[in-house]
Structures are given as C-alpha cells and as structure tokens.
Design a protein around this ligand. Structure first.
Ligand code: FE
Length: 183
C-alpha cells in the first residue's frame, strides 16, 4: 500500500532517525490542522458579543465532532446564566475568577475545571472581579434552564457559528470569516 521511499529520504532516516519528519503521507480523509495565534487578541472584531458585557472569541468550531473551543470574556459581575450540559466541558481560567452556585470551589487564574455531562450549574462572576477570561472546550449542547430544570433555550456549535457569522459580517470581516475556525 505504501509507496517505496526515495533513497535520499532513506539516507536521511538512517543518518539520524530522530530528526527527520514523518516520511509517509498522512491518512486519506484527514482534515487540516488548526493553529490560532494571539488568543487574547485586542482585535475586537474577533470577540462576538453574547450578552451584556460578555463576549466569545472562537478558537475551534468542530462541526463533525459537535464541539467548540472558545474564550469567554466577561466584564461584569453577578449571575450570568444557568445551564445543563449534554457533553463534557473542559475549562482553563486565563484571567479573573468565577464559580457555580452549585459548588463550593472557586475557579481562578490558572485553574482547570472539568464539567461532567448531565451537570446543571449557575455561573457567577464575583463582585471583586472586573474581567474574567476562560478557555472553554464545550462538547454537545448547553441547555439554558430555570431553577427547576425547565429548558428555556440552548447553544451548541451550530448556534455559536450563527452568532459568529452575524458578528463577523457586522464587524466587516464577512460572515465566512468563521470558516477559518471550522473543522
Ligand atoms: Fe457550564
């Protein structure tokens, strides 16, 4: 199945196998890699408003895996929203702090948080925090709920994409700017 490698490649491998790139083709059907720089960019065109004094900066929108990676930036304190997760969430706090009404821990700069599928929680930014920025990897959907768990709305990678498209269009980047983050 693999084609024979040419002799220059074989010579380089035998000379120093630790320092040569992988010599075979990548698998058929693989999607392209994604590298995003300056995650904390001050280019406001990349930060889509998602509510009062809250923004989302897309990093990776995976429509085949049904998950998305984004930076949530919040510049107000208080209760933000209550939601239930259908999939796992990983969070890394880059700046500021926040907590959930349902837990006694505080996530702060440098913290990692795993949110298990099925969990419902209510996000709060404390009064002494003027800005929080957290990198979230969100699988599946967030279902917004009232205190009894009744659904009031939802977000997933597709609703996020629609939000980013509208924002990028309004910001002058064009709706299709969202494609650079999609896999
Ligand atoms: Fe959550």
């Amino acid at each position: 199945m693999n084609k024979p490698l040419d002799s220059a490649v074989l010579d380089a491998i035998s000379a120093d196998p630790g320092r040569v790139p992988y010599a075979r083709p990548q698998p058929w059907g693989i999607v392209s890699d994604l590298v995003e720089h300056e995650l904390l960019t001050e280019d406001e065109r990349l930060w889509a408003p998602i509510g009062a004094l809250s923004w989302s900066r897309p990093i990776h929108l995976n429509v085949t895996g049904g998950y998305y990676v984004h930076l949530l930036r919040v510049r107000r304190s208080g209760v933000l929203q209550r939601h239930r997760h259908s999939g796992a969430v990983h969070a890394y706090v880059i700046r500021g702090r926040w907590h959930y009404l349902e837990h006694d821990w505080l996530a702060e700069t440098g913290s990692y948080v795993f949110e298990p599928p099925g969990e419902t929680h209510t996000l709060v930014v404390p009064d002494d925090c003027s800005e929080m920025i957290t990198l979230f990897t969100v699988h599946g959907a967030l279902m917004y709920v009232d205190p009894l768990g009744n659904a009031t709305g939802y977000d997933d990678v597709f609703t996020r994409i629609e939000r980013y498209r509208a924002h990028f269009e309004a910001a002058g980047l064009g709706a299709d700017h969202v494609r650079r983050f999609m896999r």
